[in-house]
Design a protein around this ligand. Structure first.
Ligand code: NAD
Ligand code: TYD
Length: 342
């Protein structure tokens, strides 16, 4: 089996590359990633010499480069993680989200049509369903929940999902889609809530919680997401969407307090800052379909996963310190300097 994994130098993609090379020693994994600010080649260092692995630095929006890669590799499957993934950046500058997340997806699927493929898998997000109200804990996102997006990021992911389903219906492309809740774990880029709070707390810097911090996210350990995708690409039904989530809802403020406690840092580091525009209140996944059809269940409890994650950031300071000492400084200044403390 030859699988092209796009976005494999990012957070979830790299964890998926490791999972697949480890579990399927006879598979060839080709990572296609153009190394944006979020892609990091040093993350893939441990597998660079693996004869079953190849890294290709190209963009999924570059049709010529993508077609050339298909001619060289004749992939059996494509798993598309490549995306602009940060909501706050999408609020500042939506355009690149449309290019990568929508047009890039179309280019990949055109290549699949042209050269043939056993499976095209789109890694999507629960954010395509919009949000749920805080006072209705009985409500969850199912695969039938209408698409109803809030941010340019989630809209671009929803656009891509619709295109994937259209390629299935119109051209018969054998597709699957997974819509997962918020992931956490090793190699998570430090602009996102959990790694940002860990890095700031370790540096005794303020912990910027948007608004009151009562927004709820449904956290899943990244390895459990990788296992779900592994199941879907092998056993999932073509043309289907599978929601992935582990019933682990927490408010942002709870998460930040847990991180303070685990690191022995004072909660006085927490600062409430101006809220995100259009901020989604609550995400919560109903994973019944993937459980019933494919037997998937999350394996890592949050209490264990967050400890493992914090330990990883303590053991791999060089990885994130290199990131936050570079261009990231400018980003942080720009994004947080203007957020008034409230
Ligand atoms: P990430 O930002 O950490 O990594 C994205 C990767 O894609 C980077 O390596 C980047 O270099 C690469 N990339 C970006 N544009 C590219 C392009 N034009 N061509 C080739 N490569 C490109 O993202 P992540 O958090 O690992 O998310 C991966 C996927 O999972 C995304 O599609 C995201 O929408 C989805 N997702 C993420 C979460 C989450 O909690 N992080 C949850 C559900 C779904
Ligand atoms: P994030 O990790 O950006 O993921 P997403 O927006 O895709 O869910 O943010 C998770 C939650 O944390 C979200 O409600 C916004 C909030 N948040 C903060 O309060 N402060 C921060 O500095 C960041 C990055 C996020």
């Amino acid at each position: 089996m030859n699988i092209i994994v796009t976005g494999g130098a990012g957070f979830i993609g790299s964890n998926f590359v490791f999972h697949m090379l480890n579990k399927y020693p006879d598979y060839r994994i080709v990572c296609l990633d153009c190394l944006t600010y979020a892609g990091n080649l040093s993350t893939l260092e441990p597998v660079m010499d693996n004869p079953n692995f190849r890294f290709v630095k190209e963009s999924i929006t570059d049709r010529e480069a993508v077609y050339k890669l298909f001619e060289e590799e004749h992939p059996d499957m494509v798993v598309n993680f490549a995306a602009e993934s940060h909501v706050d950046r999408s609020i500042e500058n939506p355009e690149v989200f449309l290019d990568t997340n929508i047009k890039g997806t179309a280019v990949l699927m055109d290549a699949c049509r042209k050269y043939g493929i056993k499976r095209y898998h789109q890694v999507s997000t629960d954010e395509v369903y919009g949000d749920l109200p805080l006072d209705r804990p009985d409500l969850f996102f199912t695969e039938e929940t209408p698409i109803h997006t809030s941010s340019p990021y989630s809209s671009s992911k929803a656009g891509a999902d619709l295109l994937v389903l259209a390629y299935h219906r119109t051209y018969g492309l054998p597709v699957t889609i997974s819509r997962c809740s918020n992931n956490y774990g090793p190699y998570h880029f430090p602009e996102k809530l959990i790694p940002l709070m860990i890095a700031n707390a370790l540096n005794d810097k303020p912990l910027p919680v948007y608004g009151e911090g009562l927004n709820v996210r449904d956290w899943l350990y990244v390895e459990d997401h990788c296992k779900a995708i592994d199941l879907i690409i092998h056993n999932g039904r073509v043309g289907e969407v599978y929601n992935v989530g582990g019933h682990n809802e927490k408010t942002n403020i709870e998460i930040v307090k847990i991180i303070c406690k685990e690191l022995g840092k004072p909660e006085s580091l927490i600062t409430h800052v101006e809220d995100r525009k259009g901020h989604d209140m609550r995400y919560a996944i109903d994973p019944t379909k993937i459980h019933n059809e494919l037997g998937w269940l999350p394996e890592t409890k949050f209490e264990d996963g967050i400890k493992k994650t914090i330990q990883w950031y303590l053991d791999n300071k060089e990885w994130w310190e290199t990131i936050i000492s570079g261009e990231y400084q400018n980003y942080y200044e720009k994004m947080y300097a203007n957020r008034e403390e409230i």
